[in-house]
Design a binder for this molecule. Structure first.
Ligand SMILES: [Zn+2]
Length: 643
């Protein structure tokens, strides 16, 4: 049961001079209910600053760090190792100096002694399979040729600086050299697959990267355990990848030296692919393994890629890749690489990817990069800027689903760069939400795969609920999909379709994306921005759906009418969660009238009686006739008239 409305604490809390009140309640701001337990109470959000405004927009004092990388890497395909050097240019835009740096050393996860290695079994999705022992071997880290002191703590490294990096634009450059053995299955982020015609390497989270320093947490040093993904600064990348001559390499970024690594014929086909939406084969199945499909000569080849404004860099390399491409209406080069094991399904990959890039660009925010590439290998599904890894080889809907999901991450979090380890719902859930509409548009006759509010009701009564707003690595692993993906998406669908309406929601959601593109919003920024641009107080919704675990149970308990005079209808809200009540008044003549009880009805009571003057005889009242709400008990959603 919810607390009674006018408890002593509530009455006290409503008094303006409440500080000395006997009940101990404090006046927390203008609100409908000050009851500490009220779902309508204002959220306890951080105080706005000039960096993060009360409107939910970034303010005039907003800043973000920048990390630019020049990397030279060599793939030794035979020994399955990568050896690389990087020159890193780190810009401190914070208003304070920095006296040390933190690095993310994510390959150290793949060591039995790592935190993640000890907590995760190899068979799990985010495990390290096949008894593999990995991790970085860091040969050197220097500044102007002088060694820097690096202390490694699991997947983090702390670098002592010779002198502080000046605030507001101070630059620190350093060089680092490292190598590591590539995991055969590394927590579904990178992997090696042996296929009939060769080996597919999918490489990600593979270089020591400066951790994210921001205005909310300072250095973000949550360890890389496996379930939480990554949170990094934007930067430009110039990456050279040296791989065996018979390999095709794809990566984050544009290929900068096609004439050195492609045949004349392949460049001609690529130019053809750039002329329109038709998928053009760049290297066909029958050409894989044919030396004529690679430039003549001996020894490895070096592929150069350039990427701007991305939060990391990933790549893939294989001697078994079939390659096709097309041009999206956004001007983006869309391409897919896959071994023949992906046939015939993967012949559709480029079309699915192109559709998704066009759909999300049109609906939410223009795709900001020149390339998008889908790679088929052992990684089940993972996203990086401009490149995604998708495993599915079994069904059109399955491949479409994983492709549209992974490329959707190029909006959340590759563009709107949220903290994936702390707030996974802000990338997984927002992405699943936009996927919901992409899937509906591509497969209009199929039921939605994930994120439908009514279908989500079943989950809301299972034991062991956690709030959506829980750091990824502190979530029960069995709940990750249900909470961070499905519940978040279902909540946004509900907010769009039932609470705000599509036009009002879309304007607000686009505004949130526009405000925070290439910046890093926190949950408070999202909540505030949506309320500010939709013009709605949604504290009850954010609290009920994202911060708490309560369920929705609406009921109609009594319908009374004398003759065809006034009718009174009594509704009850039996769960912790509140929603507007959408209901049909059904008349004896079979006609029905759709009505709506605003959610604010529940601010002061759990029971609300509506009086109508229909001028007709009411037969019954039905709550949520379209089954659009996640009501956990529909048996009390219908009541016939008595009297
Ligand atoms: Zn995802």
């Amino acid at each position: 049961m919810r607390k009674q409305v006018f408890s002593a604490a509530t009455a006290c809390g409503l008094a303006v001079a409440a500080v000395g009140c006997a009940g101990g309640a404090r006046y927390a701001g203008p609100d409908w209910r000050q009851d500490a337990d009220s779902i309508f109470r204002a959220l306890d959000l951080p105080t706005p600053t000039l960096a993060r405004l009360g409107s939910g927009a970034p303010g005039p004092a907003h800043w973000a760090q920048r990390a630019d990388y020049r990397i030279d890497a060599t793939l030794d395909a035979e020994n399955r190792t990568i050896t690389a050097t990087a020159h890193v240019t780190y810009t401190n835009n914070a208003p304070e100096p920095l006296t040390y740096l933190w690095l993310n050393l994510e390959q150290n996860l793949f060591n039995d002694d790592s935190i993640g290695g000890r907590l995760t079994r190899g068979v799990e999705r985010f495990g390290n399979r096949d008894g593999f022992q990995g991790g970085y071997d860091i040969d050197s880290i220097t500044h102007n040729g002088e060694p820097l002191e690096l202390t490694v703590y699991d997947t983090l490294g702390r670098v002592e600086l010779p002198e502080p990096i000046a605030p507001a634009g101070g630059v620190f450059e350093f060089d680092i050299a490292w190598s590591f053995p590539v995991p055969p299955y590394g927590s579904d982020r990178l992997a090696i697959e042996e296929v009939e015609q060769g080996t597919v390497f999918e490489i990600a989270q593979w270089f020591p990267a400066v951790a994210k320093y921001d205005d909310v947490h300072g250095w973000n040093t949550l360890p890389y355990i496996g379930q939480g993904e990554f949170y990094t600064d934007f930067g430009d990348y110039d990456v050279s990848i040296t791989a065996p001559r018979d390999h095709i390499v794809v990566a984050t970024g544009e290929l900068a030296n096609p004439s050195e690594v492609l045949t004349e014929e392949q460049m001609t086909r690529l130019a053809q692919a750039r002329t329109g939406p038709e998928t053009v084969v760049i290297r066909g199945a029958d050409e894989v393994g044919d030396p004529a499909s690679r430039p003549a000569g001996d020894g490895p080849l070096t592929w150069r890629f350039h990427a701007e404004n991305v939060r990391t860099f990933a790549w893939a390399s294989s001697d078994a890749f079939i390659w096709d491409a097309a041009q999206a209406s956004t001007g983006t080069l869309i391409q897919s690489v896959y071994p023949k094991e992906g046939l015939p399904l993967w012949e559709h990959s480029t079309e699915y990817l192109r559709f998704s890039v066009e759909h999300y660009s049109e609906k939410w925010f223009g795709y900001p990069w020149p390339v998008a590439t889908n790679v088929n290998g052992r990684v089940g599904g993972m996203e990086y800027p401009m490149i995604i890894f998708c495993r599915n080889r079994t069904s059109e809907q399955g491949l479409f689903g994983v492709t549209t999901h992974e490329i959707g991450h190029n909006w959340f979090p590759m563009t709107v760069s949220t903290d994936e380890r702390r707030h996974a719902w802000m990338d997984e859930g927002f992405n699943t939400f936009i996927n919901y509409y992409a899937f509906k548009e591509y497969f209009p006759d199929e039921p939605p795969r994930r994120g439908d509010p009514a279908r989500f009701a079943r989950f809301m009564t299972v034991d062991g609920q956690q709030p959506v707003e829980t750091p990824a690595d502190y979530l029960d692993r069995r709940l990750l999909g249900a909470l961070e993906y499905a519940k978040t998406s279902a909540g946004l669908v509900l907010l769009r379709e039932q609470i705000l309406g599509p036009e009002r929601f879309d304007r607000a959601f686009r505004e949130y994306i526009r405000r925070w593109a290439f910046k890093s919003p926190r949950p408070a920024d999202f909540f505030r921005s949506m309320e500010d641009s939709a013009g709605a107080d949604l504290a009850w919704f954010w609290r009920g759906w994202f911060l708490e675990t309560g369920a929705l149970d609406q009921a109609v308990t009594r319908v009374k009418q004398a003759g065809d005079g006034d009718a009174s209808i009594t509704f009850r809200n039996l769960g912790r969660l509140v929603m507007p009540v959408v209901y049909d008044v059904v008349f004896e003549d079979g006609s029905a009238e759709r009505r709506r009880l605003p959610v604010q009805a529940w601010a002061t009571t759990d029971e609300w009686t509506v009086t109508l003057t229909p001028g007709r005889r009411v037969r019954e009242v039905v709550i949520d006739p379209d089954e659009a709400f996640p009501d956990i008990d529909r048996s009390n959603n219908r009541a016939r008239r008595h009297g």
